[in-house]
Design a protein around this ligand. Structure first.
Ligand code: CDV
Length: 306
């Protein structure tokens, strides 16, 4: 059997502060059309794709309201929803959400080929800091703007089992494993990763290495495809990593972006290839030993699950 799906990552170059939502949505539609022409069934856009990466500034929340979406689709993004449904292409889109109850999340919204919402994922691992930190060249105040989500759900979509993660989530093994335990077959990951990591600049030159290291390991150890998509290049004077990739369940790179700007990469995959790993080396039911993990954890004083 085979379950063929054509995956695309629509990497974006910078979105500057004065770029309007209309400007950005026009770019997204352009990328979507290119992906469709190249046969894509689903295209992943980056984290916080509709705006500049505003956590680089620490301003009072009342002055940052315009960065948040309060409904989706809205009057700006409706053309993207309409065009995707017309083309029969699904997508995942990252944006800042302020819910009706006032809670704020960094989200990834997955849409099926008919325009139906599959699910909205809330970023779990929120990096950076909540207060203004004077010593930094630029801020990473995500903890001021967002509260953490508390789940890594997996949805049935695109003929398989699909999950999502956002940026810093990709560095944590639990992210992939929680979805792996639910049988995930494709994980979409959007990111904005400044090349300069202020708390430890010795990591700067390793950004590209770490980016692929974590996603390749996550793909391999859980037998899943991974689509990692960046907003890269110089945005408001801050340079961010590009290097978008589509990864096989073997951990191998199927395709990789070569620029730091707007660029579509595409890979035609067979979701059944996940079985090669899920039913052999990483057959969780046969080879995982959760009782032992928890026994060891208990011996070391880690609290067992409820
Ligand atoms: N947007 C992010 O989550 N960025 C983080 C940076 C701050 C380390 C990342 O993990 O790439």
């Amino acid at each position: 059997m085979s379950r063929i799906l054509t995956l695309a990552a629509a990497q974006m170059g910078p979105v500057q502060r004065d770029h309007t939502r209309d400007d950005v949505v026009e770019r997204l539609i352009h990328l979507l059309r290119e992906a469709a022409e190249r046969g894509a069934n689903v295209v992943a856009f980056p984290e916080l794709a509709l705006t500049t990466f505003f956590p680089r500034w620490h301003v009072p929340l009342e002055e940052a309201e315009h960065y948040y979406e309060t409904e989706m689709p809205n009057r700006f993004t409706k053309p993207l929803w309409d065009e995707a449904a017309r083309l029969g292409v699904g997508f995942s889109l990252g944006y800042a959400l302020r819910q009706d109850d006032g809670r704020r999340f960094n989200v990834y919204h997955l849409v099926e080929r008919d325009g139906r919402t599959v699910g909205v994922f809330r970023k779990v691992h929120i990096p950076g800091h909540a207060e203004h930190e004077e010593w930094r060249d630029f801020q990473h105040a995500e903890r001021h703007y967002f509260e953490p989500g508390d789940d890594f759900p997996v949805w049935r979509a695109f003929g398989g089992l699909v999950g999502m993660a956002i940026c810093n989530d990709r560095r944590w093994s639990e992210t992939y494993r929680v979805m792996g335990l639910q049988g995930v077959e494709v994980i979409f990951i959007g990111y904005n990763t400044p090349l300069h990591y202020a708390p430890d600049p010795t990591q700067n030159s390793l950004q590209a290495f770490h980016n692929h290291l974590v996603m390749q390991a996550g793909a391999y150890q859980n037998g899943t495809f991974v689509v990692g998509v960046a907003k890269g290049g110089f945005e408001e004077g801050v340079e961010s990593l590009a290097q978008s990739v589509i990864l096989a369940p073997s951990g191998q790179i199927l395709t990789q972006a070569v620029s730091t700007g707007d660029e579509v990469i595409v890979a035609r995959v067979d979701l059944d290839l996940t079985n090669s790993y899920k039913q052999t080396l990483f057959d969780f039911d046969t080879y995982r030993i959760p009782q032992a993990y928890w026994r060891i954890a208990e011996q070391k004083g880690v609290v067992p699950p409820p």
